[in-house]
Design a protein. Structure first.
Lengths: 320, 320
């Protein structure tokens, strides 16, 4: 039996590394635990943005530039919706709708989100397990001085403009960790856990907030490593840097490592931030620098390779 | 106050005459009472084929050839749905989906079908009232030697191939006639009721099966006229002729008049069937012949004009 890895991920940045990891590891050796905190119901449809971005990324169907949605998309539905006076702030492409309608119908018929994600993945030729963090709905709420906002209203409708003062993960307290994720984490073949370079606050934290996961990660006898989504003081994409500033955090990769302090064994900074390695917190936390800006498939595979090598080194160095 | 008319209609053929009538009569003078027996839930969406065909026809958005759906349609949704292994026998265009998703969402939010139809009509610039026969779901079931079929499964999935032995309108017994239709029928300005050239069995009969409508029509002091959907022994479009054959009815316009015998005062046959005028049943039923094959807008307006003139003649001739 080969070594097994669980990668915890949100959308965009995480999905890029996921593609790299999936090139190096087969479906028996790699599973994804995916954020569902940014899921929402819209126009009567169940939308799962992070799962969808991962789905389209792994299936080779993702839009090359947008960071969400499908390639070769058309927009007839949105045009008709606008003509009818419907809510058009969340863009749903015609092909993308095939997925949302299928998922909504299956959920209404009583299937679990885990089952539906697997069915859709299978239909699209994806062999790796994508595990929603929980089949119980958890909803990320963004706190702002003007009040609370559902995540997609903050992120898409309001374009991340409101100042952020904190987050709540509604439903989290009564959510149950996906039992298949627990199974991977308790597997004797588990070799490491990877926190992908997704937004710590709204992509990874909602996953970590599912009861039982954090203690499981703390108890693990294998390395937990994170890849910084902050490179040279900037977020590659999305509002991570803006959120850190508004939350009065230092705008550095080291602050991300500190954010994950209680569960982390290893941290990967971007090669541009190599000088910060010494500033990465605790004495029992190892850090390395590696190119982490992923544009091409080769970039994704290279960072995946660096991550797996780092996990190997940590395993060899330490007495777990 | 001008004379008012209520036109009872299904899809295709009825919608063509509806367009003609709407050119001659303003929204104060004309309302449509529409079949909902072929409505169904599909992929979690509420689909109302006859209402939609009428909607697109009146809005000038209908597909020029298909007899259903929108012009300038694209099919990305269907392609994605098929890729996901979904049910693809009922074709839903990308723009058409904007309507189905909007309606489904509004119905789920508690709006009545009548309200939703009005909202969508208003958004598309339609000024005439399109009244669903009832806000209570009624479902046309087609009886065949192999068992019962939901209407769309018979009509679209099985392409009308099964032999027809009869029909049931499920839910009809507990349906309530749209109160706005009752209002039109009881209006002192009512000048006539028109049964459009739709399929008698699956477009008009489901409407007539709504409790209370048939006695209302029988009691009316103004003419009720029907236009034959059978021309020279053939149905212009759809399975009317095939159904009549399977139901052992003579394949003539006169048989259609006979089918409506208890409510009809006037009957319009196509000009090609002028020789049949003498065969149209009862002595108290007047019949005329007029060109009824509608291809161009002028054809539609001409048949609408013939129909209104015929109603005028009947009103003048008889002591109501």
């Amino acid at each position: 039996m080969s070594a097994r890895y669980l990668a915890i991920t949100g959308g965009v940045g995480g999905a890029k590394l996921a593609v790299g990891l999936a090139k190096l590891l087969g479906p028996d050796a790699l599973a994804f635990l995916v954020n569902t905190g940014d899921d929402f119901e819209h126009l009567g449809l169940q939308i799962c943005p992070d799962i969808d971005t991962l789905t389209y990324s792994l299936a080779g169907l993702s839009h090359p530039d947008l960071g969400w949605g499908r390639r070769d998309e058309t927009w007839g539905f949105m045009e008709a919706l606008q003509q009818l006076g419907g809510e058009a702030w969340f863009r749903l492409g015609d092909r993308d709708l095939g997925l949302h309608v299928t998922r909504t119908q299956r959920l209404q018929a009583g299937a679990s989100l885990t089952e539906v994600v697997r069915e859709i993945a299978t239909a699209l030729g994806i062999r790796h397990a994508m595990l929603p963090m929980s089949d119980v709905p958890v909803r990320t709420v963004v706190h702002t001085p003007q009040g609370n906002l559902g995540f997609q209203h903050y992120f898409v409708r309001d374009q991340c403009r409101p100042e952020v003062t904190g987050f709540t993960f509604e439903g989290s307290a009564s959510a149950t960790l996906n039992p298949l994720a627990r199974h991977w984490l308790e597997d004797p073949q588990l070799a490491g856990v990877i926190l992908c370079p997704s937004n710590p606050f709204v992509s990874i934290d909602p996953v970590l907030a599912v009861p039982g996961l954090r203690p499981l990660l703390q108890r693990l006898q294998v390395p937990v490593v994170a890849i910084s989504p902050i490179v040279a003081g900037l977020a590659i994409k999305g509002p991570t840097a803006k959120m850190m500033r508004e939350l009065k955090m230092p705008l550095t990769a080291s602050a991300v490592a500190e954010h994950y302090a209680d569960i982390l064994d290893g941290f990967i900074l971007d090669a541009q931030d190599e000088a910060l390695i010494g500033t990465v917190g605790r004495s029992d936390l190892s850090a390395i620098a590696a190119p982490s800006v992923m544009v091409t498939l080769a970039d994704k595979v290279a960072l995946a390779r660096s991550t797996l090598d780092f996990i190997d080194q940590l395993s060899a160095l330490r007495k777990w």
